[in-house]
Design a protein around this ligand. Structure first.
Ligand code: ZN
Ligand code: ZN
Length: 336
């Protein structure tokens, strides 16, 4: 199998460079990379390393012919058409390329103890960064300034970097589930939604908290309480053996009881590991069962256009009996 997704290459071999393909066979495995990564590859991987000054695809095609490989799987989601076209030229010498979907991704869904420790650290780092940023949230700061400060805190606390582009969204901007920080200032009487995570030793965490500057009006408190109740219900539904859809339904049922279901426009959660979004997906109709050792987010949210968005998200470890919340930070409504 030819593995071209950087995250999958990292998972299988330990290589963290940006340019490396892994060829995995019955009796030999080779990492093909360029001279910039020669030293790094030799320290990080224990399979053979092939260094090439030309394009990986050309080298790959040569190796495959030389070794007489006949049938090779490739990752449909992670191979550019240009590269695929280059590889398919080997078909003339009898090589068959077999499209594969999600093979390594499915392996990655269940974490080893070693991986769990890494996600645990990434989650603890994010939770500490949240504790550090709360006292700094004051009217007049811009969303960008808060996001910069949060990223800085993550690094100061030991993260390699933020796991993804930190979201800081105030007032009506928080109604965009994937808002980008702007120059809008924090204002008293408005909510602030913070969605962020740490990447530490190649593993990510993901968490969201929504706080309110100044006393929150009753309407906001009611919405917040409903989202918190939905998140709690979903957390309680998590355990090895239930389907992803069951967990999603637990959150959805609560919001539906509060007549807010139409405002919950995304899935309840997703796997987290080397990448921020991994398998499984915790959404409607997902029949896959949760297994011990999976790490997933639980993040119901509601979005009211022109007014506010509220999301509460934790990264949790699936266990036999339930789950362990790894992002331990306050969830009661903070009115700052
Ligand atoms: Zn998030
Ligand atoms: Zn998330």
């Amino acid at each position: 199998m030819l593995v071209t997704s950087p995250a999958n290459v990292r998972y299988l071999s330990g290589f963290t460079g940006s340019n490396g393909w892994l060829l995995v066979g019955g009796d030999r495995t080779v990492l093909v990379t360029d001279p910039r990564y020669e030293i790094q590859a030799h320290t990080q991987v224990d399979c053979d390393v092939w260094v090439t000054r030309s394009k990986l695809v050309g080298t790959l095609a040569k190796l495959v012919r030389k070794w007489g490989w006949r049938r090779i799987g490739f990752e449909t989601a992670h191979l550019r058409h240009e590269a695929y076209a280059g590889l398919s030229e080997t078909a003339q010498s009898g090589v068959e390329w077999v499209p594969l979907k999600g093979w390594v991704e499915r392996l990655r869904a269940c974490k080893s103890q070693w991986e769990i420790e890494r996600v645990r650290q990434a989650a603890a780092t994010a939770a500490q960064a949240f504790d550090a940023i709360v006292p700094l949230l004051k009217p007049g700061l811009t969303e960008k300034e808060v996001a910069t400060e949060l990223d800085y805190r993550l690094r100061r606390l030991g993260a390699d970097r933020a796991a993804f582009e930190t979201i800081v969204a105030t007032g009506p901007n928080s109604a965009l589930p994937h808002a980008q920080p702007t120059d809008r200032q924090l204002q008293a009487g408005e909510p602030v939604l913070l969605d962020f995570g740490a990447q530490r030793h190649c593993y990510a965490s993901d968490m969201t908290r929504t706080v309110h500057l100044g006393a929150a009006p009753a309407s906001f408190r009611r919405l917040y309480a409903a989202v918190l109740e939905a998140q709690q219900a979903a957390l309680e539904a998590v355990r090895a053996g239930v389907t992803s859809a069951d967990v999603d339904e637990a959150a959805r049922a609560v919001l539906s009881r509060h007549k807010l279901e139409s405002l919950f426009v995304h899935a309840t959660g997703h796997g987290v590991g080397i990448e921020v979004h991994e398998l499984p997906r915790l959404g409607k109709g997902e029949r896959a069962r949760l297994r011990e050792g999976m790490v997933v987010t639980i993040e119901p949210g509601i979005y009211v256009e022109g007014y506010c968005g509220i999301r509460i998200e934790d990264t949790v470890l699936v266990t036999q009996q339930g789950c362990e919340v790894l992002t331990q930070a306050p969830k009661n409504l903070l009115e700052l």
